[in-house]
Design a protein around this ligand. Structure first.
Ligand code: AGP
Length: 602
């Protein structure tokens, strides 16, 4: 939540900062701002609203070769101009952008106010520039003052700061992501790589406790004691094209259509001679594992349900726990417990917290993530990448498909190591069909009737999604996507649960999207008929020859395949229904209200 960027080098900084912020808007879009340094002081430009609003308010490009920028998801204080970042000290000589939450800002603010500092915003961030100024009086060296300031902060932060008259950018991180981008003639700092991917793919992922100082021709990293720190330079293998919208109106639509490619990348090299292989997880890796706990939030939780069901079927004790509930709901954990953290961004605070709690209790951890260098990939004992490529739309689409496939394969890999498990009887057929999944998704995208269905059901009161077994995961995901981007009431249920309460909500104005996979669909059929008897239109979503074929009022068909993959094809249809409904309702599809892609606060 919140995106920060900084740039220093030859030439003007403003344009790069603004483009970088646009690429970071998936992290928040309540307000935007930049500060540039141009020989006549630090100039701050900021306003509530999106980066486009900030651009329209700028009277030409502000001049300066170095600067910082911010796009906000509000935590402390409403999305007003005053609360927009950058924030400055009383005289405006120090400007700071921040992502994170400062827990002790109340007491720091009171102390600073008592010393004469004047504040203008409700934010926690504003204490940081004031602290830097305060310490500058003591140490007369800005780097030391920044170090002292961040050392005083409790909570989480990635910050970047500039100071009047200095050809430098200072930055530090603890608990919030920060990556350094290295080009020939300029350096960048940002919350995430897409901010500067147009310029460079050479990066350094900074670690907690790092403080970096950038000059036009040099940079150095130190720790909180001021000792030099060496960090490895990585090359990012994301294509800048992947981070743009291309020919599509929205990132979400582009990412839905990118699924055949994403899935091919996810699968590549992971099924060989009928066996599942993960490069860094050789045979025997999981030999001691007795219990597996999946932890995740939102869409990633729904994907985790996929992995959990398959592992349970193989005979291993398995739980799937919403990460935010982990601390209070998990059963006993020991060194034979594997905690699998499923998170697209690798930065979700609830998921990171769950893994830290599990680690403290003695469990082993494995991250399943999309983002190389993310916090989870560095904190977990092992990491597996879903290889979906950058996802910018706040509504996760291609990453759900790639997560579910990765987890389905991972469960086969884990089960192969644990002697007590039984491989699925049709495992070979399942793995063989997986190779065709990208082309099946392509067929769905080419022949879908999702737009027509979205139009036909547009005036409904509520939208219900039901499914059984793996179809339950898809039903929950279908409902989450629908509510997230249309703002309409949508709920997902295990088919058999409909009659235990939700049926009271069912009317002729509440279409039921029934997910069928070819496995366990009888329950879905019975419950769909019960809803239909109360007037609800039934839309069957699944392979053409399915249990509901004579019952459903409408069909969204997918190619016939193994039941494990049929659910994922059904999900593509549901993604498209949500997309088209949101488009017909004229919703801001890529930036749904109140949301941010990466939820880095609890
Ligand atoms: C999905 O459309 C959501 N934007 C959200 O539920 C998301 O999946 C959740 O916040 C978890 O994010 P993560 O995968 O990055 O951990």
């Amino acid at each position: 939540m919140c995106g920060i960027i900084a740039r220093i080098g030859q030439g003007e900084a403003a344009d790069t900062l603004l483009t970088g912020l646009e690429n970071l808007e998936y992290r928040g879009y309540d307000s935007a701002g930049i500060a540039v340094q141009n020989g006549s002081g630090v100039k701050v430009h900021k306003c509530s609203g999106e980066v486009s609003e900030l651009k329209s308010q700028l009277d030409g490009q502000p001049h300066g070769n170095l600067g910082i920028g911010h796009t906000r998801w509000s935590t402390h204080g409403p999305p007003t101009d005053e609360n927009a970042h950058p924030h400055t000290d009383t005289v405006g000589d120090v400007a700071v952008v921040h992502n994170g939450v400062i827990d002790n800002y109340d007491e720091l603010k009171a102390d600073l106010q008592a010393k004469g500092h004047e504040f203008e915003s409700d934010t926690d961030t504003e204490v940081i520039p004031h602290l830097i100024t305060e310490y500058l009086d003591d140490v007369d060296d800005t780097e030391a003052a920044v170090r002292q300031a961040v050392d005083t902060l409790e909570g989480s932060y990635a910050i970047a700061a500039i100071v009047d008259g200095e050809e430098r950018v200072y930055a530090a991180r603890k608990g919030s992501p920060l990556v350094l981008g290295l080009d020939d003639e300029e350096w960048f700092l940002a919350s995430d790589v897409p901010a500067f991917l147009d310029h460079t793919d050479e990066v350094i992922y900074l670690e907690d406790g790092d403080l970096v100082t950038l000059e036009p021709n040099a940079y150095w990293i130190t720790d909180l004691e001021g000792q030099p720190v060496d960090r490895e330079v990585d090359t990012v293998d994301w294509d800048p094209e992947d981070a743009g919208k291309g020919e599509y109106d929205h990132y979400m639509l582009k990412e839905i259509h990118n699924q055949p490619t994403a899935l091919s990348n996810t699968i590549e090299g992971r099924v060989e001679d009928g066996d599942v292989a993960f490069e860094d997880l050789p045979a025997g890796t999981f030999a001691d594992i007795e219990t597996v706990q999946f932890v995740a939030c939102g869409t990633s939780y729904h994907a985790a349900m996929y992995g959990a069901q398959l592992l349970r079927e193989a005979g291993l004790r398995t739980e799937v726990i919403r990460a935010s509930e982990y601390e209070s709901t998990t059963g006993p954990v020991d060194e034979n417990t594997l905690v699998v953290a499923v998170t697209q961004s690798g930065e979700t605070a609830d998921t990171l917290d769950a893994v830290r709690t599990a680690t403290d209790r003695g469990a082993r951890s494995l991250a399943v993530t999309n983002v190389v260098g993310s916090t989870i990939s560095r904190e977990a004992d092992d990491a597996v990448y879903i290889r979906a490529g950058p996802e910018v739309g706040v509504a996760a689409t291609k990453t759900y498909s790639s997560q579910a496939v990765t987890l389905s394969l991972l469960t086969q890999r884990i089960a192969a190591d644990v002697p007590e498990t039984t491989p699925a009887a049709d495992r070979d057929a399942m793995l063989a069909e997986l190779q065709h999944l990208p082309e099946y998704v392509e067929q769905v995208l080419e022949s879908t009737r999702a737009e027509t269905l979205a139009e036909e059901t547009l005036d409904s009161d509520s939208y219900f999604f039901i499914g059984n077994g793996l179809g339950h995961s898809v039903a929950l995901e279908g409902a989450l996507k629908f509510k997230e981007i249309t703002y309409e009431h949508a709920e997902g249920f295990a088919s058999g649960q409909l009659k235990h309460g939700p049926l009271a909500l069912v009317t002729e104005a509440s279409p039921i999207f029934a997910v069928v996979t070819g496995d366990g669909d009888e329950k879905t059929k019975t419950n769909a008929i019960e809803a239909q008897s109360r007037g609800a239109p039934i839309v069957a979503v699944g392979p053409e020859e399915h249990a509901l074929v004579d019952v459903a009022d409408e069909h969204l068909s997918v190619p016939a395949t193994h039941p494990v993959w049929a659910g994922l094809l059904a999900n593509v249809q549901l993604q498209l229904v949500s997309y088209h409904a949101a488009e017909l309702l004229d919703r801001p599809i890529d930036k749904p209200r109140n949301l941010a892609k990466s939820v880095t606060v609890e």
